[in-house]
Design a protein around this ligand. Structure first.
Ligand SMILES: [Fe+2]
Length: 510
């Protein structure tokens, strides 16, 4: 490849790959002792004419720099309309560089709306597995959408069987709501308790992603269709808030350095269209995307801009401390305004918040006092009232909140303001459980929160995901679960399906 070609190619991917200095020091024909594509491929953030395709070169995934020799390597990519690559519609070259852990993000454009495409990468003599990318419908189209909601995939707590089932569904899209990795120290192997030191450095986080990404079932789910990914706390540190860590011994300066490492490694390993920031510690991942005129998704970040938890992180009897203060925020002022203004301007049939922690309150015991989890929206009641107020004003009964974090399944009705639960229902919240976090579930949980919290219509404690079918008139959420994750090959069950009718308040069980 000559230098002019390389620069021309670089300009196509510049927004994602950023500026790579010393561009002439590129390895054109690398030789790999081991397959450099062991972490698979992925696509994401689809548009009507394209999407991001991703891979990372790592011939020895768990070694420093993935065992890659040399500072940078040329990778070629192809997008075809058939899985045999007989009709290649787009191709090009990108550079995998050490400073971005040899990850490759190509923002492919010029494709047709609402179509399946196949993509792959080549480096030296090696060729990657094939992944699929589906472009979104044209802006005016109201084509139905089928997608899955996933979160929380603690590697040592079980097998990713849920992903094997997900890969057998006909899905246009997967949304992942965070806890893609966990930062805890760990033993070797699967299905063990964690121990040892938490990860903190960029190399630590990169190796952790490499470990998770090596899972064949996770790779299969990524190859199936584009993903839209956000993060929660464990991509950096359990229950962190802004630049305040879980551990009070960790200074805000140390937490910012840790955030920079966690955020950079996240960016390197996800198929996202997220421009790099001046500083990785300030990476802004909030973005929206449209599925034709049917749905607009608001991809939220409920970690980076939030106020510290009131009265510590756990369950607390309220009121306590600054809990109810209107100055406290979950999304930060800028993101909150972006969502509120966006809801006001949106002409989409459905508005969807891809969110982290649960919005609906879950009081722990019957009768007074109220005891609420401080890390969820229940710990930020004024911010929650503002969000639900915006939904009530601008998009009532055509808004859906998707939630992860809590490792259990919930179908919730959201009221216009939970400080006054007599206000009408304005939205639904579908809470996906974990893929593995928490280990095997419990088919007969002792305490059912729906008995104490009337807006909770259904609750279960199994691992799995949600499969959503979105049509102009109705949103159907099928809760998928696997009875165990401590052994492979669990069967798939659908313990409940809930429906929200467009323009009508409240959920109905199907
Ligand atoms: Fe989690």
């Amino acid at each position: 490849m000559d230098r002019r070609d390389f620069l021309a190619n670089l300009s196509c991917t510049a927004a994602l790959a950023a500026t790579v200095p010393n561009v002439w020091r590129v390895t054109n024909r690398p030789r790999f002792a081991d397959d450099p594509f062991q972490l698979g491929v992925a696509s994401g953030d689809p548009t009507p004419n394209g999407g991001v395709i991703w891979t990372r070169l790592a011939p020895k995934p768990l070694e420093l720099d993935g065992g890659m020799p040399g500072p940078r390597t040329v990778v070629t990519w192809e997008v075809a309309s058939d899985d045999g690559f007989r009709t290649i519609v787009k191709q090009g070259r990108a550079t995998a560089a050490a400073e971005l852990s040899y990850s490759v993000h190509v923002d492919v454009t010029g494709l047709e709306p609402e179509r399946w495409y196949y993509y792959r990468f080549m480096a030296g003599d090696a060729r990657s597995p094939v992944g699929r990318l589906r472009t979104t419908p044209a802006a005016s189209a109201s084509t139905p959408l089928r997608f899955a909601v996933a979160s929380c995939q603690f590697y040592e707590q079980g097998y990713y069987t849920a992903y094997a089932h997900m890969a057998r569904e006909e899905l246009d899209l997967v949304t992942h709501l965070g806890d893609y990795i966990y930062e805890y120290g760990q033993y070797e192997g699967r299905v063990r308790r964690h121990a040892g030191l938490e990860i903190r450095t960029l190399d630590d986080y990169r190796r952790r992603y490499a470990q998770y990404k090596s899972d064949p079932l996770l790779q299969a789910a990524h190859a199936l269709c584009p993903w839209v990914v956000t993060w929660d706390d464990h991509e950096v540190d359990n229950n962190y808030a802004g630049s305040i860590g879980e551990n009070i011994m960790e200074s805000e300066e140390q937490m910012r350095a840790r955030r920079a490492a966690g955020y950079q490694a996240w960016w390197e390993h996800q198929p996202v269209r997220v421009p790099r920031a001046q500083s990785w510690a300030d990476l802004n991942i909030t973005r929206s995307f449209d599925w034709g005129s049917l749905a607009r998704f608001w991809v939220l970040d409920g970690r980076q801009y939030r106020s510290d938890q009131a009265c510590d992180d756990g369950g607390r009897v309220v009121p306590c401390g600054e809990w109810a203060s209107p100055s406290r925020t979950m999304l930060g002022q800028r993101q909150e305004k972006w969502v509120t203004d966006g809801l006001a301007a949106s002409r989409a049939r459905w508005n969807v918040l891809a969110n982290q922690v649960m919005v609906a309150p879950n009081d722990a015991d019957a009768g007074p006092p109220l005891q609420l989890p401080m890390d969820t929206w229940s710990g930020y009641p004024a911010a929650r009232d503002r969000l639900l107020g915006a939904i009530a004003t601008h998009a009532p009964n055509r808004s859906v909140v998707l939630t992860g974090d809590i490792h259990t399944q919930w179908a919730n009705e959201l009221h216009a303001g939970f400080s006054r639960p007599d206000r009408p229902v304005v939205a639904a919240e579908f809470v996906a459980t974990s893929i593995t976090s928490g280990g095997d579930g419990n088919a007969n949980p002792g305490n059912n929160p729906s008995a104490i919290n009337p807006h909770v219509k259904w609750y279960a404690n199994q691992r799995g995901y949600i499969s959503c079918t979105v049509e102009p008139g109705a949103w159907t959420a099928a809760y998928r679960s696997v009875p165990y994750v401590s052994r492979p090959d669990a069967p798939l069950e659908t313990p409940a399906t809930w429906r929200l009718t467009h323009g009508r308040a409240g959920l109905t069980r199907v």
